[in-house]
Design a protein around this ligand. Structure first.
Ligand SMILES: [Zn+2]
Length: 454
């Protein structure tokens, strides 16, 4: 990596943005947008060159879209880097080691809600562009930065999503991108995927998300004369039906490539599985019971259904007039909200109502075998020669899912090389490593320069 960023300065800037409690809510009326506008002013003061040379548009109430116009000499398609401004609520203050919005820098970390998810990405991108401007760098292609404000509540509510507004705006202008990078994935230790070598994860798709309510109505009445087969009886049977009729396991191209690439490195820990995974199609019959016995594996090979909520009557001596469960589903590529609903209708008896509460289909799948991915892998390889690259899918939702209309290469690919144990995303004590943070802008600078040179 060519230019090294000062970790202390990056940390100070991240600490600055963490001090704005940009909590999002399903209902915009409940959001304090002055906090967002305060953060925008902080960004203006902290990154003067970005705000002098890039065109900034406010999208929706507080979305930020920056456009750095290149010379156009290379004829290359633009790149877009994404993050989100909003954070999830901080929870119980007393459980935080340092206050959630103080932006404390201590013990080698920046502490606070949003320090990792997702303000670290925003700061890394701003630092990179500010630096490139400071050395007089002029890209030969356009660069966009896109920061929504309701990612954390956007799942399943596409219409109000700032990312979707940005996507539509750019589509209406006919902008196409060579690559779009959002949070997730990237170069990291391989232990989470069961290998000892570092892994460069290029997340090409995300599973869909859906909550279905399954309910049964009944006349109800007094519990002293319950009769037989009340609403709860039918719901209990429905639970059994759902558990006994999972979606069949199946092979998708992304998951196949992922495991066949990892297989040689899984030998020590799981020799039998590793051997079978070298040829997933050929060994499918032997693999299915192993997949079935491992919840991590299973989630990669089918649409999951988790029964998470149940309700009956509100009082112990009242028969329920309605009993219901909520089934949270994560849809694998190939399934849709319609096929999942149909599945419920196929396996459940008459008399039960199936209702979609909220949901979104799985994202499309970005191309993996391409020069843009190779460039990300090449830069990662300069950091860790031993690393292996894999395509991956995520079960979490990101704003990237709204961008597939703009590019064949929409990846969740983090610029950070995480060596430390930063964590606390969506829980207490969220942190970002000071040294790790400085690795982010380095990556973007290298990517912009090398992409321009090819
Ligand atoms: Zn996030």
């Amino acid at each position: 990596m060519a230019h090294k960023f000062d970790p202390e300065i990056c940390a100070k800037h991240l600490s600055g943005v963490v001090q704005f409690p940009t909590v999002s809510d399903h209902d915009e009326a409940n959001m304090d947008f002055d906090v967002f506008f305060g953060m925008h002013r902080y960004l203006e003061e902290t990154y003067p060159l970005v705000h002098k040379h890039l065109k900034k548009e406010v999208v929706g109430t507080a979305g930020l879209l920056y456009h750095w116009q290149g010379t156009g000499e290379s004829g290359k398609l633009p790149l877009m880097f994404m993050a989100h401004q909003d954070v999830v609520p901080e929870g119980d203050h007393s459980k935080w080691k340092y206050p959630p919005y103080a932006g404390t820098i201590a013990e080698g970390y920046i502490w606070g809600r949003g320090a990792s998810d997702c303000k670290s990405h925003l700061i890394a991108q701003m630092e990179a562009v500010e630096y490139l401007l400071s050395i007089g760098y002029q890209p030969s292609f356009d660069i966009y930065l896109a920061y929504g404000y309701n990612e954390e509540v956007g799942s399943g509510k596409g219409e109000a999503s700032c990312a979707q507004m940005i996507s539509r705006l750019l589509e209406s202008r006919g902008v196409r991108f060579e690559g779009i990078l959002d949070e997730g994935g990237g170069l990291r230790a391989g232990k989470n995927v069961g290998v000892d070598v570092p892994v460069c994860m290029v997340i090409v798709a995300e599973k869909g998300y859906a909550d279905y309510e399954i309910s049964r109505k009944d006349p109800g009445g007094h519990s002293s004369k319950p009769g037989k087969e009340g609403a709860m009886y039918h719901i209990a049977k429905a639970i059994m039906d759902i558990e006994e009729n999972p979606f069949p396991y199946r092979i998708t191209e992304t998951v196949k490539t992922r495991y066949e690439t990892l297989a040689p490195y899984m030998k020590e820990k799981k020799p039998e599985l590793a051997e079978l995974m070298t040829d997933i199609e050929g060994n499918w019959d032997k693999l299915v019971p192993m997949i079935d016995a491992d919840r991590d594996l299973a989630s990669m090979f089918h649409t999951t259904m988790a029964i998470t909520m149940a309700s009956g009557s509100m009082q112990a001596n009242i028969l329920p007039e309605k009993a219901s469960i909520v089934v949270n589903c994560r849809l694998l590529e190939g399934d849709t909200l319609e096929t999942v609903e149909q599945h419920f209708k196929n396996i459940l008896p008459e008399g039960l109502e199936v209702k979609l509460l909220q949901g979104n289909n799985p994202s499309p799948v970005s191309e993996y075998k391409c020069a843009f991915k190779d460039l990300l892998v090449e830069i990662s390889g300069d950091r860790e020669a031993e690393m292996i690259a894999i395509p991956d899918i995520t079960v979490g939702g990101t704003d990237a899912k709204f961008m597939y209309n703009l590019s064949d290469h929409v990846y969740r690919f983090s610029s950070f090389y995480k060596r430390s144990n930063a964590g606390g995303v969506h829980s207490v004590n969220e942190t970002m490593g000071v040294e790790d943070l400085a690795s982010g802008p380095e990556f973007y600078v290298e990517l912009v320069k090398r992409y321009g040179e090819r």
